[in-house]
Ligand binder design. Structure first.
Ligand SMILES: [Zn+2]
Length: 487
């Protein structure tokens, strides 16, 4: 399948808007999502039936040439067969846009491809299972790639095929302005329902690379380190290599309130009649109250995420615009994905990990936009355990210790500030023996750090303002640079 080529100087990005659909539109959305699920399940059943039939025929000794013909697993092949069958399988098919059925078939084609390439060892990572039937509980989603997808001039409506103008919960002005100026183009729209029950529309857009706004002056401090805190008093601490605290972004009150509400709700859910019976170690039907608590947990999570995203967007824009080099920690991705990881390491740590992942993603594309650099510290870099005065490491520091106290020189410093200073020092140019790093190449990352972004490669840079998986997302684990070793 020919992939769309992004023109040079443009980047792919997604804009996400919460929707306030009318009751009729809501029924339309549910119907479209149901149609996607129906097409997926119908064709999956057919794929399975054909495979079973061929296996049975083989066992009877039917020659290979006379077996039931294979059913193609590509999207065009699935679509062709679906179009032949839809009149009998789904006589109501005309009620929904063809994009709905395409969404389901596309998901199936991807699932089948992932399974077969995983089985043949062509796919990295965990083994992928054979696609499963989607139940009514599967998150509802539909993707529109053709037809009228438009932002209305009132900046409060998005027009989608079949559904018409759907009201957005917030203004679309930022994207609308770019579209009106000719520096953005909508490619497709994905409408999905989140765990809290709210519908969102993510518009996949290509935008022309931004120039640094004239009013955004570069700071006098070219290199900064950013520590992502665990405690509510400092979501972010920004510091310079020479030990100056430039900014401290506290977690907004509504975020800390949502987090304590989450703890209360999770304790409540644990006391209720859940889907797992610890006495008999079996699954059971959860109670209505347990379900209601889960729905509230979902809504609270969504609210907390929205508040956090807003704060982080503002902070990362300032960082990328005003400094040349921004250094952040690298997340321990494997630890994050480990089973029961978040529960074991506590909600605070899980939230800090989520914030760190989001900051890195945002800084990844914003440093490209504003021609600055993102440097990621090695995942084992002891940013909060190293004394900023004498460099001595402390091994017995726990998350509860808010103040770092050095056993060597007696230095006392706020833990987050110390970590930010140590990170900032990673971003300073490393003097090699006798001379500075080569001119014109910008600052080279120090020991234990990796340069993440380089404006020279801005052509294929991709911004992504949503959590939608994206082909261009950069994610590298840090390694010590040879230059750092030589110093
Ligand atoms: Zn010390």
């Amino acid at each position: 399948m020919a992939r769309f080529e992004i023109p040079a100087g443009w980047t792919a990005q997604a804009y996400r808007f919460a929707l306030d659909p009318t009751p009729t539109q809501l029924r339309g959305l549910v119907s479209h999502a149901g149609a996607a699920r129906f097409a997926h399940n119908h064709m999956l059943a057919l794929v399975k039936a054909v495979a079973d039939q061929r296996a049975a025929e083989r066992s009877y000794g039917v020659p290979e040439a006379e077996l039931t013909p294979v059913l193609g697993w590509s999207l065009p092949a699935l679509r062709k067969v679906w179009n032949q069958r839809k009149h009998t399988a789904a006589p109501w098919w005309a009620e929904n846009s063809k994009e709905a059925y395409n969404t389901g078939l596309d998901g199936l084609a991807r699932g089948l491809d992932a399974w077969s390439s995983s089985r043949q060892g062509r796919r990295a990572g965990q083994a992928v299972g054979f696609p499963r039937f989607k139940s009514a509980r599967t998150p509802k989603a539909v993707r529109f790639t053709t037809g009228v997808i438009r932002i209305e001039a009132d900046r409060r409506h998005i027009t989608l095929p079949r559904l018409g103008a759907v009201r957005t919960h917030e203004s679309t002005r930022k994207l609308a302005r770019r579209i009106e100026a000719g520096s953005a183009r909508i490619l497709s729209a994905t409408v999905r329902q989140d765990s809290a029950g709210r519908w969102h529309c993510a518009l996949q857009v290509i935008v022309e690379a931004k120039a640094r706004p004239a009013h955004a002056r570069r700071s006098a401090h070219p290199v900064v380190g950013v520590d992502v805190g665990v405690k509510a008093d400092s979501l972010l601490v920004v510091a310079t290599p020479d030990g100056r605290e430039l900014a401290r972004v506290p977690a907004p009150k509504s975020l800390t309130a949502a987090q304590s509400r989450l703890r209360v709700l999770q304790r409540r859910a644990a006391r209720q009649h859940g889907p797992y019976d610890p006495a008999t170690k079996t699954r059971r039907t959860p109670s209505k109250r347990w379900r209601a608590t889960q729905a509230r947990i979902g809504r609270t999570h969504a609210h907390a995420a929205a508040v956090r995203r807003d704060v982080l967007h503002k902070a990362t824009t300032v960082l990328a615009q005003s400094h040349d080099v921004v250094v952040v920690e690298t997340l321990n991705a494997a630890g994050m994905r480990a089973k029961g990881g978040a529960r074991k390491r506590g909600l605070n740590r899980a939230l800090a990990d989520a914030a760190l992942a989001e900051i890195r993603r945002m800084l990844g594309y914003k440093t490209r936009w504003y021609s600055s650099h993102l440097v990621a510290a090695d995942r084992f870099f002891p940013s909060s355990k190293t004394c900023t005065a004498c460099g001595r490491r402390k091994s017995n520091l726990t998350l509860a210790d808010r103040i770092f106290e050095c056993d060597g020189c007696g230095m006392r410093i706020d833990r987050d500030l110390g970590a930010a200073i140590n990170l900032a020092r990673l971003g300073e140019p490393t003097p090699t023996v006798g001379e500075q790093s080569p001119a014109g190449s910008g600052p080279a990352p120090g020991r234990g750090a990796t340069r993440e972004t380089d404006p020279a490669s801005a052509g294929d840079a991709a911004g992504d303002e949503t959590s939608t998986p994206h082909h261009h997302t950069v994610d590298q684990t840090g390694t010590a640079s040879p230059q750092g070793e030589a110093a």
